[in-house]
Ligand binder design. Structure first.
Ligand code: ADP
Ligand code: ZN
Ligand code: ZN
Length: 731
């Protein structure tokens, strides 16, 4: 008997047995996709094993319907990595494989090239028909006139044209769509489009560390913002390309940092494929295919790009490796950074983890000798690092959160025709709306949280469950109509600055102000024009952008993360402060970072400012070691939620009893809890958690493996939702 053991996209943590499709003579290799009957539906799964026995009696086995591939879509080692990750993160393997494959393949598309929509100019059409109007449509038409074979919709999008221009020209009957196979990317024999910069000594040293060993060679590239890390990546990649290899570059947020992609395209003549969120399923599949075939020589993408197959993998780069977006926070809770290490090991290639503010995990790996450690301590070119100043605001009058000293400094920078960046990590007008009569603060009905007041347009918004509602006329507690907003968010700061500097443009950058397509691009264009202006925004401003004319960075609420309950609060605060600070004075003009604080004598803040990140991190690592916290100990967090109060905790208590009764907890593993989640009620659910910790990774993994079946069997498990987070990044 031949049994196909198949991973199916279901929440069940097991493989499913099927008979071969009727009439099958040759058996496929593991890794191919197979369509099978499942209940009354059909599912597409991945064949993982072929076996000669099943636990089920033969008459209960159904034949599979169809084998979809002759060759597995994922190379063997990536399939293994995915299975390993399913085990490690305790997530159903069928669901992991789903997430690892492009959506189009999950739905059954072929791995062969598929036709895509292209556009071309209609016979006889000419730009004259447009008259003087619609300059963007004219540009598009002129571009298409230079390409008689047409251009793929994707290429047009990348050239900055959207459906507005396409529809405009289509309505005027000047252009037409057609379907065609994607053109193979231009493969010029040249690798470089522009010459690399001569490296400084530290950059040269870093490059040598990356090339120092053959095979797996993880390197932490720790370089202050503007020190030329990207230049080192580019040159390391250049070497890989020369020997025929491909490069995979992971970045935190590609939409926010189109400059990164442009820099790669400006440097290299080889095809550079960016994977971003507003690609269609077919475009993604095509990009994936080109990487797999070896045509796309450089792939740049976010977390999910980690599993992009490559024909000749040569190097993996994880930029801003400390960024928490590399960890998926729901479902399959993997860390793309950690899996990048596993992948580079499997592919026996170098791996560069780059950051100005490395995570303590990575730093400890470097300090402990498991990774090489290269440092860039000076800014490349002529730029000088910014100077830090703590602005003590104790007992100072504040005008909507701005101290007089800060306003004066902003005024002086603007008078020198410089730009100013004001950072406040809260969007909206004000984080709380309070009744001035009775002191009641308007909370979210579904969360243990306050509602944020927004003014444009006016409404209350819960930033935890996304619930929105109108601003009440009267206080629900006392009936008064005398409300006072408490504290400032970006909208309020924007308004205050506009009032104080009526002749200066104030640009707000947060999730609300950049929702519209191209909004961010437009803001960036205004900033790049170089005229004096004030940028106000959240951490969106901290990521990747160059603001050459910004000479003053103001951090309005430097205290926000100092007293966080999460032991990572300090690390995150330090990373964010340095990341924001790094935006200042990137060009010739030196920059200053002014931090408003009520804790100007806070030892950690002072150390960060005076001695820099590495000194801060060394001290933080000592504290973590002494307090038995990661990275010195391993964590796994079991989160639960239920619709009734108390249920989630009761479930966890029952679980602990079972584990103890069955002696399933290895002596090397300890647990804390159950206790309510930091915000117990969220989106209408009551949440509790249990933290497992151990110095012994194997013992912890053993427990987790035993835990999941038990969780599924507990009678209470129907009333709660649970999820396991291995190596959580927020506890
Ligand atoms: P990072 O990635 O560390 O923030 P970048 O690689 O973006 O730094 O470099 C910052 C600026 O310095 C860029 O404008 C870059 O072109 C320039 N730069 C980098 N390396 C050199 C070098 N060796 N010589 C001159 N300029 C350099
Ligand atoms: Zn009231
Ligand atoms: Zn809410």
């Amino acid at each position: 008997m031949t049994i196909y053991r198949i991973a199916l996209p279901t929440p069940l943590r097991r493989l499913f047995d099927y008979l071969p499709p009727s009439g099958a003579s040759v058996h496929p290799v593991p890794g191919v996709r197979i369509r099978v009957p499942f209940g009354r539906r059909q599912l597409i799964g991945v064949l993982l094993e072929i076996s000669d026995a099943s636990d089920l009696p033969e008459e209960r086995l159904k034949p599979a319907l169809e084998v979809l591939d002759t060759e597995p879509p994922l190379p063997h080692h990536l399939l293994e990595l995915a299975c390993w990750a399913a085990d490690y993160y305790q997530h159903p393997v069928g669901d992991v494989l789903q997430q690892v494959l492009p959506v189009a393949l999950r739905k059954g598309a072929t791995t062969e090239a598929a036709p895509q929509t292209h556009w071309r100019v209609r016979e006889g059409a000419s730009p004259e028909a447009l008259g003087g109007r619609a300059p963007r449509q004219r540009q598009l038409l002129e571009l298409l006139l230079t390409r008689p074979a047409g251009l793929a919709a994707e290429e047009l999008r990348e050239a900055g044209f959207g459906s507005a221009q396409l529809n405009g020209l289509l309505d005027k009957e000047l252009i037409e769509p057609f379907e065609a196979l994607p053109a193979a990317p231009d493969s010029s024999p040249e690798i470089l489009k522009e010459q690399p910069l001569p490296l400084n000594d530290e950059q040269q040293q870093a490059l040598e560390e990356i090339r120092a060993a053959r095979g797996f060679n993880p390197v932490l590239l720790q370089g202050i913002t503007g020190s030329g890390k990207t230049e080192v990546y580019l040159q390391a990649i250049g070497r890989v390309l020369e020997t025929g290899g491909q490069a995979l570059v992971l970045v935190p947020e590609i939409g926010l940092t189109p400059q990164t992609v442009s820099r790669f395209r400006a440097r290299f003549a080889v095809p550079v494929q960016a994977l971003h969120s507003n690609m269609t399923d077919l475009q993604r599949l095509e990009a994936w295919r080109q990487a797999r075939e070896g045509q796309a020589r450089i792939v740049i993408g976010t977390r999910s790009a980690l599993f992009t197959p490559m024909r000749s993998p040569g190097i993996i780069i994880v930029d801003e490796e400390h960024d928490t977006s590399f960890k998926q926070q729901e479902g399959f809770r993997y860390s793309a950074r950690d899996l990048a290490v596993m992948r580079a090991r499997a592919e026996q290639i170098p791996l560069v983890l780059g950051s100005a503010t490395p995570s303590l995990e990575t730093l400890q790996n470097a300090l402990g000798g498991r990774y090489r450690h290269a440092r860039l301590t000076t800014r490349a070119g002529n730029a000088r690092p910014p100077r830090f100043e703590l602005q003590d605001i104790r007992q100072q009058p504040l005008d909507e959160g701005l101290s007089q000293a800060v306003v004066t400094r902003i005024r002086s920078e603007l008078a020198h025709r410089n730009q100013v960046l004001v950072f406040i990590n809260r969007r909206g007008f004000s984080p709380a709306l309070m009744c001035h009569q009775c002191g009641d603060v308007i909370g979210c009905d579904r969360c243990d949280a306050r509602m944020t007041l927004h003014r444009s347009p006016p409404h209350l918004h819960c930033h935890h469950c996304d619930h929105q509602r109108p601003i009440p006329r009267r206080c629900p507690a006392c009936g008064s109509d005398d409300f006072k907003p408490q504290g400032a968010g970006t909208e309020r700061t924007e308004g205050a600055l506009q009032r104080l500097f009526p002749d200066t443009e104030v640009l707000r950058v947060d999730r609300d102000s950049t929702q519209r397509r191209h909004a961010m691009q437009e803001i960036m264009e205004r900033v790049n024009a170089g005229d004096p202006c004030i940028l106000v925004g959240t951490q969106m401003l901290a990521k990747g952008h160059h603001f050459p004319a910004v000479t003053l960075v103001v951090i309005l609420d430097a205290d926000a993360g100092l007293f966080s309950a999460d032991f990572r609060g300090m690390e995150r605060t330090a990373q964010l402060i340095l990341q924001v600070a790094g935006r200042a004075g990137r060009a010739e003009r030196p920059g200053t970072v002014l931090m408003q604080t009520h804790h100007a004598d806070h030892p950690t803040l002072m150390q960060l400012v005076d001695e820099g990140y590495e000194a801060f991190a060394a001290r933080e690592l000592t504290l973590r070691r002494e307090s038995a916290l990661p990275p010195f100990i391993h964590h796994a967090l079991l989160r639960t939620e239920a619709s009734r109060p108390g249920r989630a905790e009761a479930f966890l208590s029952a679980l602990c009893e079972q584990l103890v009764a069955n002696r399933l907890i290895p002596p090397a593993v300890h647990w804390l809890g159950p206790f309510p989640a930091p915000m117990e009620k969220r989106a209408g659910h009551y949440r509790a958690q249990l933290l497992w910790q151990s110095y012994d990774r194997r013992a912890l993994q053993q427990l987790l493996a035993d835990l999941c079946p038990l969780l599924e069997q507990l009678p209470q498990s129907r009333q709660v939702r649970w999820s396991l987070d291995v190596d959580p990044v927020d506890n």
